[in-house]
Each structure stands twice: as C-alpha cells, then as structure tokens.
Design a binder for this molecule. Structure first.
Ligand code: AKG
Length: 288
C-alpha cells in the first residue's frame, strides 16, 4: 500500500488523492504544513513555560503503558489547564532526577490551545478549518492539546492505541492533528500507523468512573494491516483518524522529538460524558 504522504496544500484544501489516501489508510502525512519559523515560535514559547515551571510542584509521571495517572488528581484535572507531566526514565530508582528539568518532561497538556496565545495561533486558522472540513468534520472543536517531548535516550514508547478509546463519541469523530516541531524519524520515535485498520472497529473504551479511569475491552480480535512508519520532517502535519491504531517507539537517539498534538471532536456527533477529559463549563470549546 502506498504511503499517504503529500506536500501540504497552502490553503489546507485536500485533493481527491489526499482524501482517498486518508480514507484508505486512516492517516495522512502533509509535509510543510507549518513553516519552520512557526514551529520555532511555539517551541520557544514552550521553552519559556518550562523555564517558569518548578518541578518540585509536580510528581505525576506519564507513562502511556502504566495506570499511574488514571487516578491522579493532577492529571485528571488537566483538561482545562497547562500542566507538566514527567518522563519516568528521567528519575533513578531512588526517585532522584537524572537529567535537567527541561529534559525530564514527557509532555505538557491539555489546554495549551485555549490558554496560551502562541499555541492558540498555531492551533487555528483557515487552512486547518479547510483540512478538517475536507476529511468530513462538520463542526469540529478542539478538545485537547499536548506538547510531547520524546526526550533523547529516555523518551518512552507509546503503545498501539486508537484515540477514540480515550476521546469517545457516537459515532466516533475524534481526529488527531499531530505536528512535528522537530524532524521525527525511526531513530527518535516517529509515529507508526497500521494502515487500513481504522475500519476494524474500536477495540477498547476508557471510562471515567468513581474518580478514576477504567478500560473496557470491546473486541479481542487482533488488528490486521500493514504497519507504516510515518517519518515527519519539521512542520509536517499527520492526520490520524480516531479509529486508526498507531504507536511510537522509544527514542533511542541523542535528538529530541518534539511534537504538538491536537485532538478534535465533531459536535455533530455525541460526546461521551464518561470520557476522562473535563473542562470548566465557563471555558467554551472552540474550533479551528
Ligand atoms: O507523539 C507520540 O509519540 C504519540 C502521539 C499519539 O499517540 C497521539 O497524539 O495520539
């Protein structure tokens, strides 16, 4: 199967070939969607946020393959905040940091796009609105944003998952807009997608019940499909269908792999109230 890779259209409008590739594989790689200068501006803003962050105020490590965060108040309350999550590999067995704080973060989430003007600007625009419309989103709103660091040598793998497990609606409408802020390739942990498996249904649901996140297995049939590494030069946008299984490997290189991921939900579908992601009723959802 041909890799769904294209040069980004300047106005965000997708060609028929792009739409076909997305429908066939469940993802779409659009190189040069954002300029290097735009990537540098959000990265510089992130560096300022990190400089102002005091790691002593946080103990929440985020490991995608662990349940540690699923009952953690700092994580569960981060849907409408800018919060910092630590990388497990940044600490030794006694819990002492092995690296400087700017190298110790796994991610920042989950409302950068609504609370910070620089991230707001990067997350929105007529081009993104056009792209969203062209993949069939009718009334998209931005539910969450994450700056994912994948730190050199210690950035952990993210196991195979479908985003609709965590950001569920009926029917599924969650869509990932993942931007490479730095070059991402197979040595520093680029995304890997399972082409065509977005047509195999949702395998797992995550629910927020009694103050914690629990998972329910919906279907034990294994995915089938062709795994495709999705290397992404800086500025690339990778679109991910909410049912598209994807993962990323650990970063075995000396280079970081900063990425900025937005997840949209289509208000034309019914948001599931037992999703973990919550926001204050006074903080309105906005689209692109
Ligand atoms: O950036 C990564 O390594 C994983 C991101 C991801 O799985 C997502 O944004 O849904």
């Amino acid at each position: 199967m041909r890799e769904p890779r294209f040069t980004a259209p300047p106005d965000g409008r997708l060609t028929a070939d792009m739409r076909t590739a997305y429908a066939r594989t469940g993802f779409l790689v659009l190189e040069g969607y954002r300029s290097a200068a735009a990537c540098d501006a959000v990265s510089a803003r992130a560096a300022d946020l990190i400089a102002a962050f005091d790691p002593a105020t946080v103990s929440t490590v985020f490991a995608a393959d662990s349940n540690a965060h699923t009952r953690d108040a700092y994580f569960l309350g981060s849907g409408d905040k800018i919060r910092f999550f630590l990388e497990p590999g940044a600490f030794d067995a006694a819990g002492r940091p092995r690296v400087a704080k700017e190298r110790a973060l796994n991610k920042i989430g989950h409302a950068l796009h609504d609370l910070d003007p620089v991230f707001d600007g990067f997350s929105r625009g007529a081009d993104l609105a056009a792209t969203a419309a062209d993949i069939g989103l009718i009334d998209p709103v931005l539910m969450q944003s994450m700056l994912i660091f994948k730190q050199p040598r210690i950035g952990a793998e993210v196991g195979l998952h479908q985003d609709a497990t965590f950001l569920h609606s009926d029917p599924v409408s969650c869509t990932g807009f993942w931007f490479a802020l730095e070059d991402a390739d197979e040595s520093n942990g680029c995304l890997i997608g399972l082409a065509g498996a977005h047509r195999q249904g949702l395998k797992e649901r995550s629910h927020f019940v009694d103050g914690r996140i629990v998972k329910t297995r919906l279907d034990d049939t294994p995915f089938t499909g062709v795994e495709m590494a999705l290397p992404a030069p800086k500025g690339t946008l990778v679109l991910l269908h909410g049912l598209a299984p994807h993962r990323s490997t650990a970063n075995s290189s000396d280079r970081s792999r900063w990425a900025y991921a937005l997840h949209a939900h289509d208000r034309a579908t019914r948001w599931s109230d037992d999703n973990w992601l919550k926001r204050d009723a006074g903080m309105a959802l906005r689209g692109f």
